[in-house]
Design a binder for this molecule. Structure first.
Ligand code: GLN
Length: 276
């Protein structure tokens, strides 16, 4: 069998099992199985594969069918045009979080040497994307999970920003040694009852309690003591959480204004609050 037929069969199996993006996932899994870059993959689509290679591809596709996300199988996820190493200790970066990075970049470019905090950094996707795009920024990234920080550390080295991203373990803003200009956070915000039983991702990164806002509430309480005058807080939120988050923020001292940015599906996804 040639590689292209192997792709077609794998894609059909995935799509029959209701896996979205079956074409992309099939390509990623086959490339992983074959050890091919994107270019090598396209150079080899008409070449025969061995029976042994087909067996390996099928067993990897089987893992996907039993619910393991492609990113955990391959150990990679692209975010903000960069390749991140991921594993079961961290949430797989989502495209909607790129809106938060976009906004943070716009805000950070008003400063000569912005000091940015990424809270609940996980794989380090936000902190590393900001560091790569802001060569003069200093960034502190925190997480309560030591294993998550080990993953973030690998990504900081991979993208050569380990000298400008400092990783600290601790509860939200507590490890921050001084006030930040921008605080960015993609905290767990999924309502406990909405977390799929089948999820492979860490509960610690998803579970926001009964209304999904337990951790965001804790963070907001810490923010006034940890943000510079004129600073900005960026929070990722989920469907239907905007009004509650506005209410929490309006209860803080020194709030100047609050706006919400929508993701590509029209869901209010990033809340941006400015402080006096
Ligand atoms: N967007 C993720 C999801 O819906 C949740 C991310 C988070 O809780 N920070 O699965």
């Amino acid at each position: 069998m040639i590689l292209r037929e192997c792709f077609n069969q794998t894609r059909d199996i995935l799509s029959k099992n209701n896996i979205d993006d079956a074409s992309l996932e099939s390509e990623l899994l086959i490339r992983y199985a074959m050890g091919y870059s994107r270019i090598q993959y396209y150079q080899n689509t008409e070449h025969e594969i061995t029976a042994e290679q087909w067996n390996i591809i099928q067993s990897i596709a089987q893992r996907r069918l039993t619910g393991e996300p492609t990113s955990y199988i391959t150990g990679n996820k692209e975010f903000y045009g960069l390749d991140f190493y991921v594993n079961k200790d961290v949430l797989i970066p989502r495209p909607e979080t790129e809106h938060l990075v976009d906004k943070a970049l716009v805000l950070a470019r008003k400063y000569d040497n912005p000091f940015i905090a990424d809270i609940g950094t996980g794989s380090g996707a936000i902190a590393v994307s900001l560091a790569v795009n802001l060569p003069r920024a200093k960034i502190i990234a925190t997480d309560i999970s030591f294993d998550a920080l080990k993953t973030a550390d690998i990504n900081c080295h991979k993208h050569k920003v380990n000298n400008r991203v400092i990783l600290l373990q601790g509860n939200l803003l507590e490890p921050l040694p001084h006030k930040a200009d921008i605080i960015a956070a993609n905290l767990p915000y999924v309502r406990k009852e909405d977390i799929p039983a089948s999820t492979c991702e860490p509960m610690l990164a998803l579970d926001g309690g009964d209304d999904g806002l337990d951790v965001i509430r804790l963070l907001c309480r810490q923010v006034p003591d940890k943000i510079n005058t004129g600073g900005h807080l960026l929070l990722e939120i989920g469907l239907g959480q905007k009004d509650s988050v506005f209410e929490i923020l309006n209860g803080l001292s020194d709030i100047k204004d609050i706006e919400v940015l929508q993701d590509l599906r029209g869901i209010g996804r990033v809340v941006c609050a400015s402080f006096r």
